[in-house]
Each structure stands twice: as structure tokens, then as C-alpha cells.
Ligand binder design. Structure first.
Ligand code: MN
Length: 508
């Protein structure tokens, strides 16, 4: 499943009015067209940017917004008021708009032409106040949007739009997304539960429950030839343990895992699912908890959450979309155990029973494919990939259901090399320093109610995540190098009040 962001469009929408005459509008249009095509070609912006004719009437604005709503490939608008565009014209359109938008506050010329500037120039280049009129209306309408300020040829402007575009692509991907859920949540676990009706209202995705028997049928339908093909692919891609190789004592387990992978893949593809969950407590008819199969499907772009964690499965998928084209790595993750260091550089060892995505693996060597007992669940030994996550700056993100609302919790981290090898640990792992340090980060995380399951991503920054939370209209709390614990606790208290009031009668 390749995620192609070029299938998506941002519509470049310029506002003006008829006050200045036809000739001025033609110049506005020519300049807007040039800006749109420059943004379209900018490497920082991963989606298409499509120029739309300049808007100068309420009818035109409303029609454009309705057209955007009805066009699936349009994932949002870039709005810019080249001249003054009286904003009451925008009320009808923006009130109807169901796509996110970024407000680009720029102007055609970079610098003031000191020697030649006259009133014609002043009439043409008015975004400094035209965009403020537009900004007022957006704020008056309480519209969520991102404002990007700067000259359109500034790479930082393109990067800010690009980050927002990645979030908008993930948001579009969530609308109507189907998540397959094999079995229920792990019994008695609180944080993986949640209101699936409210999640669909808020996020747009739908969680479909299946008995694991439905999956077993798909696995049994896989042919030996398909299994042969996958086994050959494993032998090529991984450092396969001798006992799993053809003729080895555990080769049958590898073939079984290949069958599981193909069955899962067929099930997800034929059902149009982009993410899935399973649980070790519901494996009736399966010989083992899927390990390698889940790791490989995640690597191909599927979202995954263990123990029935559909919220994290959706989140992993969203981050996979944001990471498309970069392939920097996104995985399901769990805070597993700590290393309290004498020098205060306390670290988290992140891992899971099996299901860590090889997209985050250190690429200096092939992942090892091994078989080992699971120790829980009472099933056969699962086959799994074992590797170290590669060092680098990253984020871990969680979305929790607070009962009245959803909250996104993000911590910036630095994945570091293992201090020593872990020869006895048969799972993939990541060792990291949370910012600002473990003492503050872990306390803040738990005050915020962040889950033990997260999505770990290298290239996805707080900017992407903040933009995404904005589109969803959910709470966003960040734990980073500047976090002060007491201020953070105050923020949580204030947010309680704000979101309680914002929710109002109908819920949100
Ligand atoms: Mn778990």
C-alpha cells in the first residue's frame, strides 16, 4: 500500500474585490498564479497546489467552498488576500467550508520599492491590511486555521505550509477510514477503551469489529504458492535464524507466519481497511499472536494498535500518511521499562511484545528474524523481527479519550544508541531520552493521562501534530525541552474549563 501524497490538492484561493478596476484584478490574478505555481513546485510541499480564479464576490466564494467540500482530492485551501477583500463576503463560504485551510499572509513583492512606490503600487499590494480583515473574520467565526507569515519565496514559509499539508493529507485520509478490529480490547484495560461513536464524529474514522474467526478463514484460504513467495522475500530481506530457514527445525512456524501475513493482507485489502488491531486474549483458531505479519503490514503503511487499541492504530496510520515520501519511520510503541542513570540522563526503553515497525530500524544491518516464546497467551512461539531503533530526534504521541473530549499528548524525545547489547531480549527496541528529562516528562505525561501506547515518529514534529490536532479540533498538550511541570499542570486545569465550555450542548 503506497501512500501517494501527490493525489491530493491544496487550492490556492486569492481574495480581492472590484473596487480597483479590471486591470488591477488581472495583475492580482497573474501574481497569484505565479505564487501558486511556485508553491506547487516547492519540494517542501508534498501535495499539488492548484491555482483557483481570484474571488471577489460572496457567491464566488461560497461556490468555491462548496466545490472544495465536494472534491475528495482537495484536502484544504491556502487563502491569501492580495488586496483588500471585505470579509463579510467570506462569511457564507467559510461557514459552509468543511475542509481545513491555511491562511498565507504574504505579499507579491519581497521588499518595498523605495524609489518607485506610488499609489498604484499601494492599491495593488494591500495584503498587510487585507489579510488582517480576513483574520478578524476567521477569529470572529472561531475558525481553526494555521496562519503562515512571510514572503512566498522564503523556504521557511514553504516548510510551514508543507507541514500543514502533511497534516491535512492525514486528516483527509481519516475521513471515512475503516479500521478492522479483531477481537475486543484487552480485558480490564482502561486507556485503550473509548467512545467509538464520538471518535467517528470527531475524527471521521469508523471502527469495524470482527471475530478472529473471520481472520482465521482468510488465513486458511492462503495458497502454498503465496506462502513460498513470502518466505523467499523474508530470506532476502532479513537475517533469518537458522532454525527458521528451509530445512530448519522451526521452518513450519515461519511458513505459518507467512500465511498469517498474506491472510491479514488479503482481509485488509479486500475490506478497504487502513488500520487494524488484534489482542493476545482473543486468538481462537490462530496458532500464535501475529508478530512479523503485523510488523511488515505496518512497514507498508497500515496503522496498528495492540490489545484492541483502535485509537493508536488510527494515529499510527495518520503519522504514516504524514511521513509519506520521507519514509523516516513511524511505529506503534510502548513505554516498557526505564534506565535510571546516575548522571540523571534517565532513559526509556520502548518496545512491545512483538509489534514494532521495522521502518524505525537502524539501517546499518538487516533486522534479525527469530522465534521465541511470548510468555503470555498460551500459544505457540511467534516469529518476529528484532532490531534496534536508529538514533535521532523523534516524537511520541498519544490520543486519549477524556470522557468529554479527546486529548493529544506529545513528547519530544531523542532516540539514542543502546548503551550495551541486549542479547537476551527477543523484541525490537528503542532507547530514548525524553525531553526535558524523564522526571518531568513522565510526570507531565501521566498528569495529562497519556497512554502507555504511542506512535513514535522521526520526521513528524510538534508542528505537524499541532496542525493535525487543530484540524480535529481536539486538545493538544506538548511536553518538550521548555516544559515546566507546574505551568503544565495549570494548562491542564485551564483546558478543562475551556473544553468543557467549548463542548456546549451538542458535544464536540
Ligand atoms: Mn501493549
Amino acid at each position: 500500500m503506497t501512500i501517494d501524497l501527490k493525489q491530493y490538492e491544496l487550492w490556492f484561493v486569492t481574495g480581492s474585490q472590484y473596487l480597483y478596476g479590471e486591470q488591477t484584478l488581472q495583475r492580482v490574478e497573474a501574481q497569484a498564479r505565479e505564487i501558486a505555481s511556485t508553491l506547487d513546485e516547492a519540494g517542501e510541499i508534498p501535495v499539488r497546489v492548484v491555482f483557483k480564479p481570484v474571488l471577489a464576490t460572496a457567491e464566488g466564494i461560497r461556490n468555491l467552498c462548496l466545490e472544495a467540500n465536494a472534491t475528495p482530492r482537495c484536502i484544504g485551501l491556502i487563502t491569501w488576500m492580495h488586496t483588500f477583500s471585505p470579509a463579510k463576503m467570506w462569511i457564507g463560504g467559510l461557514a459552509a467550508l468543511r475542509k481545513p485551510f491555511v491562511h498565507l499572509h504574504t505579499q507579491y513583492n519581497r521588499e518595498i520599492p523605495w524609489a518607485t512606490i506610488d499609489m498604484d503600487f499601494m492599491n495593488l499590494n494591500q495584503s498587510a491590511h487585507g489579510d488582517r480583515e480576513f483574520g478578524f473574520l476567521n477569529t470572529r467565526l472561531r475558525l481553526e486555521r494555521k496562519i503562515v507569515v512571510g514572503h512566498w519565496q522564503d523556504p521557511a514559509v514553504c516548510r510551514a505550509i508543507g507541514a500543514w499539508a502533511r497534516a491535512a493529507a492525514a486528516w483527509a485520509d481519516w475521513q471515512g477510514m475503516k479500521i478492522a478490529r479483531f477481537g475486543d480490547n484487552m480485558r480490564d484495560v482502561a486507556v485503550t477503551e473509548g467512545d467509538k461513536v464520538q471518535a467517528q464524529i470527531t475524527f471521521g474514522y469508523d471502527v469495524y469489529g470482527f471475530g478472529v474467526g473471520d481472520l482465521v478463514r482468510a488465513i486458511e484460504a492462503v495458497s502454498d504458492a503465496e506462502v513460498d513467495q513470502l518466505v523467499a522475500a523474508y530470506l532476502e530481506a532479513y537475517e533469518v535464524a537458522p532454525e527458521l530457514r528451509p530445512g530448519g527445525s522451526r521452518h513450519a512456524a515461519l511458513r505459518y507466519e507467512a500465511r498469517v501475513e498474506q491472510g491479514l493482507r488479503n482481509f485488509l485489502e479486500s475490506g478497504g481497511f487502513k488500520a487494524f488491531t488484534d489482542t493476545f486474549e482473543d486468538l481462537h483458531g490462530l496458532e500464535q499472536l501475529p508478530g512479523l505479519a503485523v510488523q511488515r503490514l505496518m512497514n507498508d503503511g497500515y496503522g496498528f494498535g495492540a490489545e484492541g487499541d483502535w485509537k493508536t492504530a488510527a494515529l499510527v496510520r495518520a503519522l504514516k500518511v504524514m511521513d509519506a515520501g520521507w519514509g523516516a519511520g513511524v511505529s506503534f510503541m510502548e513505554d516498557y521499562t526505564y534506565h535510571f542513570a546516575e548522571d540523571g540522563s534517565d532513559k526509556v526503553l520502548g518496545a512491545h511484545m512483538l509489534e514494532i515497525c521495522p521502518s524505525i530500524a537502524d539501517r546499518s544491518s538487516k533486522p534479525r528474524l527469530i522465534i521465541a516464546p511470548l510468555s503470555i497467551g498460551g500459544k505457540s512461539d511467534p516469529v518476529r523481527l528484532v532490531f534496534d531503533a536508529r538514533p535521532g530526534k523523534a516524537t511520541v504521541t498519544s490520543i486519549v479519550d477524556m470522557g468529554q473530549r479527546f486529548r493529544m499528548v506529545v513528547n519530544t524525545i531523542e532516540v539514542v544508541p543502546l548503551e550495551k547489547p541486549l542479547p537476551q531480549l527477543p523484541v525490537a527496541r528503542a532507547l530514548w531520552l525524553p525531553q526535558p528529562n524523564l522526571k518531568i516528562a513522565a510526570a507531565a505525561w501521566m498528569y495529562a493521562g497519556g497512554a502507555h501506547h504511542t506512535a513514535l515518529a522521526y520526521a513528524i514534529t510538534t508542528e505537524h501534530l499541532r496542525d493535525f490536532a487543530g484540524m480535529a479540533g481536539i486538545e493538544f498538550v506538548l511536553i518538550d525541552a521548555s516544559t515546566d511541570l507546574e505551568t503544565f499542570k495549570d494548562q491542564l486545569r485551564w483546558n478543562e474549563v475551556y473544553y468543557h465550555l467549548k463542548r456546549g450542548y451538542a458535544g464536540g
